[in-house]
Design a protein around this ligand. Sequence first.
Ligand code: PMP
Length: 292
Amino acid sequence: MKIWLDGQLFEKDDAKISVFDHGLLYGDGVFEGIRVYSRKIFQSRAHLDRLFYSADKIRLKIPYTREELLAAMYECVEANDITNGYCRLVVTRGAGNLGLNPFICKKASTFVIMDQLRMYTDEMYENGMAVIIAKSVRRPAANVLDPSIKSLNYLNNIMAKIECVDAGVLEVLMRNDRGDICEASGDNVFLVKNGVVKTPPPDACILLGVTRGVVLHLARREGLPVEETQIAPQDVLEADECFLTGTGAEVIAVTKVDDKTIGDGKVGPITRQLLTAFRAFVHTDEEVPYGS
Ligand code: PMP
C-alpha cells in the first residue's frame, strides 16, 4: 500500500509522522473520509469544502490548494490501483513542542491513505441493523467541541462507540445537550414518519455529512417530503423507518433501537428507495454542494 505524505509516495511502513505532531499529541488536526467509486473521488468538492471549513475553524493553515490535494488523492488511486475504495485525507497541526500552543508548530503534515472498505455485510443492507441510544455520553455543544468541525479529536465518538460495542451492536445514536437525537458515532441519522423524511438540522450538534447532503438531494429529487427538524428519542422509537448515512455506511436501515423494533422490523420502502437512488448516484458525476 502506497501512502502520500507531504508530496511523496511512501510504502506503508515508511510513512512516518513525528511523535511531537500535535495531531498525535492533542488530536489537533482535521480530516476527511472519502469514497472512491469507479476510480473517481466521490463528491470531492464537498469534502474539500468541509476540510477547509474545519481547518479554518481551528485556524489551521493547509499547506496545499484544493487542486493539489485532489491531485494527491488521484495519485494514490493510481498508485494503489483502486477502483472502488476509501480515501483518508488528513492534515495535522504538525510537529511542535509539548505545550498546547498550535502556532509554534511550523508546518502542517498532510497525508492520504487509500484502502479497500467494506463496512457492513450485504445481509445487513438487506435486513437492517440494530443500534442503541448512548446512555452515558452526549454529543458536545458547539461551544464545547463543535461537531461541525471534522477534527482529529474523536474521543467523544469513541466513548459512544465503546458503549455500543459493550452492548453488542455496531452503531450508537447520540443525543445533544438538549436531549435530542443528533447523529450516530460516525454517521448521520434519518427517520421516516407518515411518508416524511426527517433528519436533525445543522444546528443540532451534528457533522454535516456529505452523504446526508446527497441523500437529502435525492429525497427531494424523488419527490419525497423532507424536514430538517428536531428528533426526540421517542420519535426514533415510534418511527416507521430509520436509517443512517455516511461515507462508509452509505445508506443503511436501522430496524432495532435498544429493545424496540422500528416499524415492522424490516427495511422500509423509503429507505430502500433512497439506497437504490444512492447506489445509482455514486456512479454519476453530479456534485451536491456542501451544506445543502
Ligand atoms: N457524523 C459523524 C460524527 C461522522 O464522523 C461522519 C463521517 N464518518 C458522519 C456523520 C457522516 O459524514 P459523511 O457522510 O461525510 O461521511
